[in-house]
Design a protein around this ligand. Structure first.
Ligand code: SF4
Length: 807
């Protein structure tokens, strides 16, 4: 049973403030981008010594896709946000956490009140991507969207329509689901599965554990225990008070944890925190895992009883009937009695991973002999050409040593999160069932009718019936900026004979928005009513009740109101609004439904006044129910067990159409994947690897100069590689490959492994696309490959080769 603890929060409606207070928390110092401390917040009081103005405090929340949802108290006067505080309720101790915002969220007023906001509907008057638009009326915008939707639907069918993958508005209940409701009521659209963030680990979780991306929460960690992380840095991503950084930092201190972080970069989760960084060549985590398995098995550290009770495919004894007697088990592969007759020794792995064999042996001994051990992975190690197989390889480690389902353990997936959630906005049922891997959308524009279950991972249909002709892009920057190979995608989208209509609802002229035929100016979530449950937090279950910070300005409109007008043109307004409901009506209804499940939730008026509600959950232990009673609580895999060997994947390997350099395997063997270290050439001798950075959440906040000044956008270059090219710290460099060239400042640092250049993803693309196409914004996606991975058909944006030179 879940133990809950309610925290008192106070109602504060109006305060006497100061014009000087408007300088805001973001200017109080940039020593950290982590959630600011209450002490830092109190500093603003010292500034409050001039002309008094009446301010209203309005609660709302940050809504971007970092994985957290942080509360914001906006001090509003004269229709402007003067400064922003965060959650300061509770004591901020581990059992009374705060939904404290990082500097990104605290800088939100610079976003909302930016002179660069989109203010009016616009139509394109140049070529796509040329950034030539002219203002139009809302009537013309709505008419055009509705008539194009109707025309394309009648010409090509509902499968030619998509609501594009997006994450600019990720928390809150009425974002892209509003668009989905409109499209679903109108006949439906092509479905997508998988995300740009986690499609590989999601597929790996499906074929290994029967589903799920998340394992145990950090709260289960025990005194003095070992934690091993692969490609994981919550300190760079989930930085808020309700995020994993807070929980992990707290537990590390309280429990005196031994932390080993395996990454190509010494990331901020390990840097300066007393843990150990094991540098690894990007994309080779699977080879490390194989060598660790070799040592664990050969030294007798494998938990054979666990493997024989809970797993399929560890050894011959646990192989399914279809694969018995063929030396296809995981143990055969590792010990060299499998198909390749290669023992996966530490020496074998050393030349691949660039980790010395002695270090691999040392790590194997720690994992094999320490109990409990908590093994997890972030999304960094899986966003590669071989991401799904790598993700499965990491999951095998805790299986080998029987460290799953117990306090202090996890199952090799991402650190756990609370499942607490509000009811959803009813997007309705999509009459179209065909489901395409998200990352495949450019192929579906180029040659949709050729995409099948066997060559493109199409689900719930044998093939697509149409190419994509209509895109509704709500708060998304994955048309170009966040998608791979920007130059190639530019050429694809410019061809109006392929995708015939693109509408974007946005708050800024993003690079993706420039490829739209119609742009409609959105209200931010903070300018509307909102309800948001906590994000990926494990130490908190919470809701932020958000009120509009001020009245809408210019001709900006919320997506629900716009879709209501489009629905009217399509003759489905009554169904769309369910008889005339407003946005507020829906949110009140959702809250009422949620209160039936969680009666302790404050009602609308109380919640809107107090801003946040929160409670503390019990620690989560991944797969505990299955481990406690495997027969009573089987997994959702075909066998009901953990599948180290997957018959489903064996079937895919036999039937799917794969290129010679693509591997789908029933066991998590090591495959380098395309565009890996084995692809390096004299022309392109470096791996170019992206990472998520604290200065922006994907591309959100990347146009905020204050935040970028605090954490600069620079390419991490090892001194060995810099020396060879006479590059000095601070130099502007060219980074280039066959797909394009960017300009970026070099940060020469031993915190990145030699042979790899690490570049934060998410900066805004800035190139003359009718000229040299050199990207002065330093967007890594000018360089990344657009080629879906073999199994998940997912994003390989960390797998690239290239070269650098002083500009
Ligand atoms: S970016 Fe994430 S951590 Fe920062 S304030 Fe927003 S939700 Fe919180």
């Amino acid at each position: 049973m879940t133990k809950t603890k309610e925290h008192a929060v106070s109602r504060r409606a109006f305060v006497k403030g100061s014009a000087l207070a408007g300088l805001g928390a973001a200017t109080l110092g940039t020593g950290t981008l982590f959630a600011c401390s209450p002490q830092a917040e109190s500093a603003k009081d010292d500034a409050a010594n001039t002309e008094a103005v009446e301010e209203q405090i309005v609660w709302t929340h940050c809504a971007v896709n970092c994985g957290s949802t942080c509360a914001l108290q906006c001090h509003v006067a004269d229709g402007e946000i003067k400064y922003i505080e965060s959650d300061n309720t509770g004591s901020a101790e581990m059992d009374q956490p705060q939904l404290r915002a990082c500097l990104r969220g605290r800088s939100l007023r610079r976003w909302l009140q930016s002179p660069d906001r989109l203010n009016y509907p616009m139509k394109r008057v140049g070529k796509r991507g040329e950034d030539k638009f002219e203002q139009i009326s809302w009537d013309e915008a709505v008419d055009t969207i509705a008539s194009e939707l109707k025309r394309i639907r009648e010409t090509y069918g509902d499968e030619s329509i998509t609501v594009h993958y997006s994450s600019g508005v990720s928390s809150g209940l009425m974002g892209s689901s509003v668009v989905n409701r409109l499209i679903n009521l109108n006949g439906g659209c092509l479905n997508y599965y998988g995300t740009y963030s986690s499609a590989h680990i999601s597929a790996a979780g499906t074929y290994t554990y029967g589903g799920g991306t998340y394992g145990s929460s950090f709260l289960t960690l025990q005194d003095n225990q070992l934690v091993v992380m692969f490609g994981n840095s919550p300190a760079d991503t989930r930085m808020g008070g309700a995020g994993h950084t807070h929980d992990f930092a707290w537990m590390r201190e309280e429990k005196n944890l031994e932390v080993i972080n395996i990454d190509c970069r010494m990331n901020d989760t390990v840097c300066g925190q007393g843990g150990e960084w094991i540098p690894i060549r990007p994309g080779t985590d699977g080879a490390l895992c194989a060598a660790l398995a070799y040592e664990i098995i050969n030294n007798g550290w494998a938990d054979e009883e666990f493997l024989h009770t809970y797993c399929v495919g560890y050894d011959e004894e646990t192989m399914p009937e279809s694969a018995k007697g063929q030396n296809k088990s995981f143990k055969d592969y590792i010990l060299g009695t499998g198909y390749d007759l290669t023992p996966k020794t530490p020496e074998w792995a050393a030349s691949i991973t660039l980790i010395p064999a002695a270090k691999i042996k040392e790590l194997a001994e720690k994992i094999g002999t320490t109990k409990p051990v908590y093994i997890c992975q972030g999304y960094g190690s899986q966003r590669h050409a071989n991401g799904e197989i790598t993700s499965r390889a990491i999951m095998v480690l805790p299986q080998l040593v029987g460290q799953i389902g117990l306090p202090g353990t996890s199952d090799g997936r991402r650190e756990g999160r609370s499942a607490f959630a509000l009811s959803s906005f009813p997007a309705g049922e999509n009459p179209v069932k065909t489901n395409l891997p998200t990352f495949m959308w450019p192929e579906a524009i180029r040659r949709g009718e050729e995409l099948t279950a066997l060559n493109a991972g199409v689900q719930k249909a044998e093939k697509l019936s149409s190419s994509i002709k209509f895109i509704f892009n709500y708060a998304g920057n994955t048309l170009t900026n966040q998608h791979s190979d920007i130059n190639g995608t530019h050429d694809l989208l410019q061809d109006e004979s392929l995708c015939e209509f693109i509408v974007t609802s946005e708050v800024f002229m993003t690079d993706s928005a420039k490829y739209s035929d119609i742009i409609i100016p959105d209200l931010t979530l903070q300018e509307q009513y909102s309800l948001s449950a906590n994000g990926y937090a494990d130490n908190m279950e919470a809701i932020v009740y958000g009120s509009p910070v001020y009245e809408p300005k210019f001709e900006r409109r919320g997506i629900y109101e716009v879709c209501t007008d489009i629905a009217d043109k399509l003759g489905i307004k009554d169904e769309f609004t369910d008889g005339g409901k407003t946005r507020e009506d829906w949110l009140r209804q959702i809250l009422d439904e949620s209160r039936e499940k969680y009666p302790e939730l404050p009602d609308w008026d109380t919640g809107m006044a107090q801003g946040v509600w929160k409670r503390t959950p019990e620690p989560l232990i991944g797969l505990k129910a299955f481990i406690d009673d495997p027969a009573g609580n089987p997994l959702k895999t075909p066998s009901g067990k953990i599948e180290i060997y997957s018959e489903t994947l064996a079937g895919f390997a036999d039937t799917w159409e794969l290129a010679d350099d693509e591997v789908v395997s029933p066991i998590p063997e090591f495959d380098p994947g395309f565009e890996s270290y084995v692809s390096l050439t004299d022309e392109y001798p470096l791996l170019i690897c992206g990472f998520h950075y604290k200065a922006h959440t994907h591309s959100s906040y990347a146009n905020n100069e204050i935040i970028q000044a605090a954490a600069q956008h620079v390419a991490w270059v090892n001194p060995v590689d810099a020396e060879q090219r006479k590059i000095k710290d601070g130099d502007t460099i060219r980074v280039f490959n066959d797909r394009g060239e960017i300009r970026i400042e070099a940060k020469v640092t031993p915190r990145v492994i030699p042979g790899t250049v690490a570049i934060p993803q998410g900066m805004w693309h800035d190139a003359d696309m009718s000229g040299d196409r050199v990207d002065h914004g330093g967007n890594i996606n000018t360089l990344t490959i657009y080629r879906p991975s073999p199994l998940a058909k997912a994003n390989p944006q960390h797998s690239n080769i290239g070269q650098i030179a002083k500009a």
